[in-house]
Ligand binder design. Structure first.
Ligand SMILES: NC(=O)c1ccc[n+]([C@@H]2O[C@H](COP(=O)([O-])OP(=O)(O)OC[C@H]3O[C@@H](n4cnc5c(N)ncnc54)[C@H](OP(=O)(O)O)[C@@H]3O)[C@@H](O)[C@H]2O)c1
Length: 343
């Protein structure tokens, strides 16, 4: 279904999911196309980014950002075109990176909006390797991971936008890089296309032994994207003075309770203490937003020269966004999932 010039299709939050989101979580509505005030512009969204953090915004549990309220439009990063502008620095036809949400049209006062001009190449990449996930990978790895040539890095979610970028940057910097991904096809891609040294399938029954065999010198940096059982296998393999950029815990986003089994908190604390491990959480724009210009310059060069490869999974039609998002949390995405709003 394409966009209309008469109304604004939008997804609002209808109910807070318990566990996995379902068909009752979001509601498709038709609204009037908003009219920009004297300090605003009207954006026509072209691409909508689907990202794991959106699950957190559906919940009202305390977090680093306010939840989406019931009845509000679901938040999301977009690549959009300016339809009408009353703001200096933006004119009709400009492509921008904005926070337009799950809808066809959005108003913006320009805050936090990046102008890409009239003819950007691969505009949707600004939602992936050249945007938020790329900055997350670059800043988390270099600022917290403190990579050194010859060290061993492990990253989970290795075929996803953050993990794929982390591993490729680490290869450029001269590290041995081991990915963790779900299934043989994704692992093959991680080795053959992304150039990692090895990749271990976390769905295999022999995962913990396979991981141990893949890191004969232990792990110096573990870039944490998933948590849960993957982290259980990683923890005993961390070296003294290892660094753990704590980026995400996607295996837990739909969880409704703590996992069964013995309380392993003391084991974790003991490992951190004895091995003097640094584990630091970060929220990309809060902690590293100021690094965006340096990141964008470096990453554009790497992507242009082919040193960093990028895989995108484009899905046509806003109406498919909810099912595509549920699938993303289940591990069905293969690369960066983006919704094309005007196919
Ligand atoms: N801190 C920040 O500021 C920040 C910013 C951006 C992203 N993040 C976090 O970074 C992580 C990666 O983000 P992304 O955008 O690149 O997403 P992504 O990798 O595309 O996330 C989806 C992938 O997560 C993996 N996954 C899901 N459930 C899993 C489980 N139970 N065990 C192991 N793996 C599981 C799956 O990998 P397979 O396909 O291999 O099965 C799935 O394809 C997420 O946790 C996200 O929340 C944090």
């Amino acid at each position: 279904m394409s966009q209309s010039k008469d109304h604004n299709r939008r997804f609002t939050l209808a109910s807070r999911p318990k566990g996995e989101p379902d068909e009752n979580t979001l509601k498709l509505e038709n609204a009037d196309i908003p009219v920009p005030a004297s300090n605003q512009m009207l954006l026509r969204n072209q691409y909508l980014s689907l990202d794991p953090y959106m699950r957190g915004r559906m919940s009202d549990a305390p977090s680093y950002a306010a939840p989406v309220e019931i009845g509000e439009v679901m938040v999301g990063g977009t690549v959009s075109k300016v339809e009408k502008s009353n703001i200096e620095g933006f004119s009709e036809g400009d492509w921008v990176v904005a926070f337009g949400g799950w809808q066809d049209y959005a108003l913006s006062d320009g805050t936090g909006v990046i102008n890409m001009g009239k003819n950007p190449q691969n505009p949707s990449w600004a939602l992936g390797v050249l945007g938020m996930p790329g900055l997350t990978a670059w800043a988390g790895l270099t600022e917290i991971g403190q990579p050194k040539e010859g060290e061993t890095l492990v990253v989970a979610g290795a075929s996803g936008p953050v993990g794929a970028t982390v591993g490729q940057i680490a290869k450029i910097l001269g590290l041995r890089v081991v990915g963790i991904a779900g299934g043989a096809e994704k692992c093959q891609h991680v080795i053959d296309t992304l150039g990692f040294d090895a990749c271990v399938d976390y769905k295999s029954l022999s995962f913990a032994e396979d991981l141990k065999a893949a890191v004969p010198s232990g792990i110096d940096i573990y870039f944490e994207n998933v948590g849960g059982e993957v982290f259980d296998a990683v923890l005993p393999l961390l070296n003294t003075s290892a660094r753990v950029p704590l980026c995400g815990l996607i295996s837990q986003y739909n969880a409704t309770s703590l996992p069964d089994g013995p309380d392993r908190m003391n084991y974790l604390m003991g490992q951190l203490l004895r091995k003097r491990i640094t584990m630091r959480g970060f929220i990309v724009f809060d902690d590293f937003g100021h690094l965006y210009p340096a990141f964008a310059k470096q990453m554009t060069e790497w992507v242009k020269s082919g040193k960093i490869k990028y895989r995108e999974e484009m899905i046509d039609g806003l109406e498919h966004a909810p099912s595509a998002f549920i699938g993303l949390l289940r591990g069905e995405a293969f690369g960066k999932r983006v919704i094309k709003l005007n196919p």
